[in-house]
Design a protein around this ligand. Sequence first.
Ligand code: AMP
Ligand code: MG
Length: 355
Amino acid sequence: MKKYLKTLTSVLPGTVLCMLLGGCGAEKPEKYMSVDTAMGTVVQQNIYASDRETAEKLSGGITGILEQLEQQTISWRLESSELFAVNESAGNAEGFLLSEELTKLLEKCLEVSEQSGGAFDVTLLPVVQLWDIDAWAAAENTAGYVLPEAELLQQKLDLCGSSKIKLAPESHGDNVEIFQARCFLPRGMQLDLGAVGKGVALEKIADYLERNQVSGAVVSVGGSVLTYGEKPDRTSWKVGIVNPRDTSSNLGVLSLEGQWFVSTSGDYERYVEVNGVRYHHIIDPATGMPANAGVCGVTVLTRDGFLSDALSTACFILGAEKGMALAEQYDAEVLFVTLEGDMILSEGMKQYFQK
Ligand code: AMP
Ligand code: MG
């Protein structure tokens, strides 16, 4: 049976949409694949659909969800987003009335922050900006990179701390359906939802796939993956665990059935090297320095997109022992890759992982 890939460049600007034609019957959904960028990262979609037109529509819908979430809600870079306005309000006595969506999201972030003993912290933006992590993400030439000065780093770190955020529930009279809070940030505090945005996006995408009665799909946004539904041949989804020291290869795969969220945080995603030392993008709030807890990759498997993303970041900072305890608290499965290249898996993860 001959298979071939066909490139369709007219589908979405900047998108390569390929149709994988197999020998399956006409009534069976076929796999359509597209690769694009959104939310500052690579987005790959594998959608099973009855025909190309349907796949293109779904693909465009998914891209739209990512763009909307970033532009309207969670980007700290774009003036159009709600988070940008929240950050602008820092130090204002009247605070900022959050939308219901951002109220719930921020509440969940604060909970993970507390449960992780402060390791997970969405207030680190001043430190993230001092490290200039965005420039590494854009893969600019980092050869002349100068490390932040210790004193300046401490000044920025003093502005951070999730426990300093105040969320005051806003009353809507008798309407208890609406849940909003007013957010008060101290002067200088700035929020960054980069550690959870991909997981939140994938939750929305799962809902969208359901609404549109898609039979099966796998969507990845950066290091976060959603598996949804099933393949026509009912075989399981395979999600690769990237080798942090050779990102072109996998250490193994997770075999999954149905809907799962898999998020990976790694020191290979964004980093600079100075004098042979790697400085990466996951910051330990205790020091303001890249986390150094003995791991170079952490993968979290859960039924909840937000949690998979939040916990992979938190577990990276906490390291294997404390991270394992945190994941257990949330009934999440976790896989750590240590700096020595060993893998440490939670008991439950072992049933999904194959080398
Ligand atoms: P992820 O790739 O999901 O682990 O998220 C990493 C991103 O989250 C970084 O690029 C920062 O924008 C942000 N970040 C860095 N350190 C932390 C932290 N300790 N807690 C929460 N977010 C962080
Ligand atoms: Mg994360």
